[in-house]
Design a protein around this ligand. Structure first.
Ligand code: AMP
Ligand code: MN
Ligand code: MN
Ligand code: MN
Length: 283
């Protein structure tokens, strides 16, 4: 298998908080020239079958993916699982637990926002928007835009849902160890998503990587929207020191996101591309 294929290993469909169906997402990615692709919805595998069928029909190589929300020392981090068997037994209970957790959290978000003067039926509206999939803060944000309470998703996060706001409701997410064990038991690998998006210092990111690699993760994303050249350089250096794999992806959610598009992330050169590991497993 050719490791030089153009890949994108981080994106979302309407099975979580993206706006496009898995099929339309794959069509758009193929149009953008992506050759190897992973769908990585938040805490769900529900879009994978449809995405795989579409990707293979379009001649792309498809990798099962997921972006798991996990707890590290009381902080929320995102872990990208890749190349696992999505039909593995271990997923059933774990994903149901996350669905219940997200649903209870959504009800709490609605209660908190009602106290801030927003409509009482916010949960029902957000639930309707999410459908039968994993509900998250972006579903509330788009309802608030639709209701005319805010003029953009960004404003919804700034005023109601972002860090420190009433709608930033904490949940007891599975630990990083539980998330990594899950993916490893299903035959996949785990990398840390967008390491510079947690407001951690680099010292903290290094500590996090020590814990993740110790728990069985294999690497980190070094290229994603918004990463500065300086930070990317630091991340690649960190990967080199730890001799771990590097991954990259667009974190695409919607064509409305002007700052990213499928198959696009800052260019980089690094050893141990995650593709080497994934293609070796499937070759
Ligand atoms: P949740 O998993 O429900 O906590 O929602 C997290 C998701 O919200 C992220 O994956 C992003 O898609 C989105 N998000 C987080 N912060 C912002 C922000 N400031 N502006 C827009 N979207 C955001
Ligand atoms: Mn998201
Ligand atoms: Mn994320
Ligand atoms: Mn993401």
């Amino acid at each position: 298998m050719n490791a030089g294929l153009k890949f994108d290993f981080h994106m979302h469909s309407c099975a979580s908080d993206g706006t496009m169906t898995p099929t339309d997402l794959m069509l758009r990615a193929a149009d953008a020239g992506v050759e190897c692709i992973a769908l990585t919805d938040h805490d769900t595998l529900e879009g994978l079958d449809e995405a795989r069928t579409a990707a293979l029909a379009l001649g792309m190589k498809f990798i099962n993916g997921v972006e798991l929300t996990a707890d590290w020392r009381g902080r929320v981090v995102h872990l990208v699982g890749l190349g696992f068997d999505d039909k593995a037994e271990v997923f059933t209970e774990y994903m149901q637990k996350l669905k219940d957790l997200r649903d209870q959290r959504a009800q709490e978000i609605a209660r908190k926002l009602y106290k801030k003067g927003l409509p009482e039926n916010l949960y029902d509206l957000a639930r309707a928007r999410a459908g039968d999939t994993q509900i998250g803060r972006p579903h509330f944000a788009s309802v608030l835009v639709e209701l005319g309470r805010v003029s953009s998703m960004q404003e919804a996060f700034d005023r109601y849902l972002g860090q420190g706001c009433a709608g930033d409701v904490k949940a007891i997410w599975p630990s990083i160890n539980e998330a990594i064990d899950l993916i490893n038991e299903a035959g996949g690998v785990v990398v840390l998503a967008h390491p510079t998006k947690y407001n951690f210092t680099f010292t903290k990111i290094r500590e996090l990587m020590t814990d993740l690699l110790g728990a069985g993760a294999v690497g980190l994303e070094v290229s994603f929207p918004g990463v500065t050249p300086g930070h990317q350089h630091e991340l690649i250096r960190l990967a080199q020191q730890r001799e771990c794999y590097v991954s990259a992806g667009s974190d695409f959610h919607s064509p409305d996101q002007r700052w990213t598009s499928l198959g696009r992330y800052p260019e980089f050169t690094a050893e141990r591309l995650i593709t080497e590991r994934l293609y070796a497993a499937t070759a």
